[in-house]
Write a protein that binds this ligand. Structure first.
Ligand code: ZN
Ligand code: ZN
Length: 803
């Protein structure tokens, strides 16, 4: 398919095609290893599974089930399609079948995944399990029945946080008998979101233990002082909380991440004994455009775009009857790929384009279900999606996976690629590089893709921006006692509680810490804060989808062109108070690009290295940014039509940054003219942001930067790179520790890029607030050479994969 695809495309003018395939890796097939059913699995369950084509478990499934059955908390971290679901369902369903009072809580990071698992469990038709989804889509009328009668409740951390735990009194019976908590796709709980979820799980442990202690007589009185008669726990004789069963994609040190997430000792099962089909994995770099010219003042592309390339590959695959999933980084990108592929197919065979669609997380539930069904049925052959689908939605039988742009981590890359070939057939995976520093680096360094272990999941439950609000939530659910401190993190908790008392949010009494305000604390787990923005068609009132608050200023500002399912809309008005964007259908021949201004002040320095003319720092900073205008650019040529002002509020971010300074004298000695220093620093900043994901589990959209020839706080030419999340998520700290590796790779990338004066593969940035101006590519190499020559080697080289 790939070679044929390349030859079929002539519409970009005379061929100057270099071979776009930079590397091919063949991943061999692997046979599976089965074992006997554990003896405690009820015959009814074995028969039901056998009837559904599961005559025996894979060895790792039985291993996980045995550990959980014996009361050990366990995480299973194996590849996509290795049957993690059965591993946790075996102990959970077995218990529900033999103990009529026991209950199980299942958590998925998305509603779609929970709904999918619900379908699987309900489809087993087991007596008395009473599974139910409990999330934002659950009708009010059903909720009370679920609280009282459901025994296998499927939900998400947000609903647990906002609905179930605050209303724990109504869940008393469920919580009292809670035996297993399944945390599916637990690797997705990373960064700030993961740190919040870690506390939500501790709150769950606390409430479940409390309700187990409360005697039936005092239960109706809520969580006040109980007679503490206690109850013996379930038939397994436990007297404390539920057993945790976690499922993760392949990741580094899963037991450590699971322990951070739950606060409990967790055993890991990582040996994958499921069979796997052979996969051919190609790295693909789109060709340079004929006659392309790089110019720092506009964003004229130098390479064919990864979106166009992926759209063509998708169209070729669908035309050949190959069932293909294309993963695209952005929701816009997924829609662009789908609509370009549809158009190409319709030109070849009218109507064929209908077999391609786009899918993303913001879609409404019914849209998502319909797309999932038609891909499963084979009516759809090609689906372009954001990583919403990465999270476990059960699509099998894919012949090919196109990954349009590196997904940010090797863990995600393998999870996406793992959707190919799971039916045991030969399959193809292709990573199509974007015009971006990290992607370019990776397709030319296959050892960085195939030769390294996947990253560990990074989270930090001690982040004060997470701990404080979560302690408020916990206190609002029942006063915190000294005995609770250990659960939420020990010494740091006491300090934070004192601050919350001083701020008037909690009140200290002899019996503990009490939440004082009338309203419950309003805490958003997803870290970004704010209500998602609803995108509404003005004329019809139809809700098209939602955009998260964090990206709304960029994506749906007044005048923005917004794509939904390949249909183009123009935003009439972004109403921030009403949390909605009003749009009308229109297909202008321009695209829109928001521009942002940013300022930064240093609050404190945590660590630094003084290296002569160079300084390296990590510390706390205050960042103010505001989307101030947008450009309209002609589609195709990229020509700037005009720049229009916007009136949006500034946004404040207190976070952690890494920064380096270089003395003006050292820059001059390196041959950089003082007038060129801003462009040199700006180019180095962009490339450094682009390569930070090489050393930390983040992507460039999690990170911001600022460079200046003279900063008021450092009094020197400075490049700042900061975490885009309040309080930081560990990325800047990681960059500081691995600065030599990070900046060395940055220097090599910029110096090695084949462009003349800078391009998106090296120093241009798609999210630059200054329209990529000024940028000095050659001078950026000189700046980085000065930094690397002076940084002591000792600062170096915390191993690249440690975090
Ligand atoms: Zn370049
Ligand atoms: Zn910039």
């Amino acid at each position: 398919m790939p070679r044929q695809g390349a030859e079929d495309r002539h519409h970009d003018g005379p061929a100057t095609w270099a071979d776009p395939v930079t590397h091919v890796e063949r991943l061999p097939a692997r046979p599976g290893v089965t074992t006997e059913w554990p003896t405690w699995v009820p015959a009814q369950l074995r028969e039901v599974l056998a009837a559904r084509g599961v005559p025996a478990p894979w060895q790792h499934q039985a291993h996980v089930a045995e550990l959980a059955r014996s009361g050990r908390h366990v995480v299973v971290a194996t590849g996509t399609g290795s049957g993690k679901s059965l591993a946790y369902l075996l102990p959970a369903l077995s218990l529900l079948l033999v103990d009529p009072r026991a209950t199980v809580l299942y958590l998925a990071p998305t509603k779609a995944l929970a709904a999918d698992q619900f379908g699987t469990i309900a489809g087993l038709g087991l007596d008395g399990i009473r599974p139910a989804c409990y999330d934002g889509d659950t009708p009010r009328a059903e909720r009370s029945w679920i609280r009282q009668h459901a025994r296998f409740v499927l939900t998400n951390p947000d609903m647990l946080h906002r609905g179930i735990l605050p209303g724990h009194g109504a869940w008393s019976s469920f919580l009292r008998h809670l035996s297993y908590v399944v945390v599916d796709e637990c690797h997705s709980y990373r960064g700030v979101f993961g740190s919040h979820v870690a506390h939500v799980l501790r709150r769950l442990r606390r409430q479940s233990e409390r309700h187990q202690r409360i005697s039936p007589a005092s239960r109706t009185g809520g969580t006040g002082p109980s007679s503490r008669t206690g109850r013996p726990g379930t038939t397994r004789g436990r007297t404390t909380g539920p057993t945790f069963l976690l499922a993760s994609a392949t990741s580094g040190a899963p037991e450590q991440a699971a322990r951070q997430l739950t606060g409990l000792p967790v055993d890991a099962v990582t040996e994958d004994t499921a069979p796997r089909g052979a996969v051919t994995f190609a790295l693909w770099e789109p060709p340079l455009l004929p006659g392309a010219r790089a110019d720092a003042e506009d964003l004229t592309p130098v390479r064919r775009s990864a979106l166009r390339e992926s759209a063509d590959l998708l169209a070729d695959a669908v035309a050949a009857g190959v069932r293909t999933l294309a993963f695209v980084r952005s929701r816009r990108g997924a829609e662009v790929v789908a609509s370009a592929a549809r158009k190409a197919l319709d030109e070849a065979v009218p109507g064929l384009g209908d077999r391609v669609a786009a899918y993303r997380a913001g879609f409404l539930a019914e849209d998502r279900r319909a797309l999932e069904r038609s891909l499963a049925a084979g009516d759809l052959l090609g689906l372009a999606t954001t990583n919403a689908l990465e999270l476990g939605v059960d699509l099998v039988g894919l012949d090919a996976v196109l990954i349009c742009g590196y997904p940010g981590t090797r863990a995600s890359l393998w999870q996406q690629a793992g959707r190919a070939g799971r039916a045991g057939r030969e399959a193809l995976a292709v990573l199509v590089a974007r015009d971006d520093p990290l992607d370019t680096y990776l397709v030319h360094h296959p050892e960085a893709v195939f030769g390294r272990p996947v990253e560990a999941t990074v989270l930090d439950p001690t982040n004060p921006y997470v701990l404080g609000p979560q302690l408020c939530c916990a206190a609002a659910e029942g006063a915190l006692t000294p005995a609770d401190l250990e659960l939420f993190g020990g010494a740091a908790v006491k300090e934070t509680l004192d601050e919350l008392v001083a701020a008037g949010l909690l009140r200290r009494r002899p019996s503990g810490w009490y939440w004082t305000p009338v309203q419950r604390p309003d805490v958003d787990l997803r870290g970004e804060g704010g209500t998602p923005i609803s995108v509404v068609e003005s004329a019809t009132g139809r809700l098209l989808g939602t955009v998260d608050a964090g990206s709304s200023h960029f994506l749906v500002h007044s005048g923005a062109v917004y794509l939904h399912q390949g249909v183009s809309y123009v935003v009439d008005e972004l109403d921030l108070d009403g949390a909605c964007a009003l749009v009308h259908a229109e297909e202008p021949d321009w695209s829109t690009h928001a521009r942002e201004v940013t300022s930064l002040s240093v609050l404190s320095v945590r660590q630094y290295q003084d290296a002569g003319p160079v300084g390296l720092f990590v510390g706390d900073v205050d960042v103010t940014s505001q989307v101030v205008s947008y450009q309209r650019r002609r589609i195709g040529s990229g020509e700037v039509l005009d720049t229009r002002p916007l009136d949006l509020p500034a946004r404040q971010l207190q976070t952690v940054a890494v920064w380096f300074t270089v003395s003006p004298a050292a820059l001059a000695a390196a041959g950089i003219d003082p007038a060129d220093v801003p462009g040199a620093l700006h180019a180095a900043e962009h490339a450094a942001i682009g390569l930070l994901p090489l050393i930390a589990t983040c992507d460039r959209w999690d990170i911001g930067g600022l460079s200046t020839a003279s900063h008021a706080d450092t009094e020197a030419p400075t490049v700042f790179v900061y975490d885009g999340h309040p309080g930081g998520a560990g990325f800047a700290e990681r960059a500081y520790q691995a600065a030599r590796t990070w900046l060395g790779a940055t220097r090599d990338l910029v110096a090695g890029c084949g462009c003349a004066a800078g391009c998106p593969s090296c120093v241009q940035s798609p999210k630059c607030g200054n329209g990529n101006n000024p940028l000095g590519k050659a001078d950026a190499v000189r700046v980085l050479d000065v930094v690397l020559a002076n940084l002591p080697a000792a600062s170096a080289d915390a191993p690249v994969d440690a975090g």
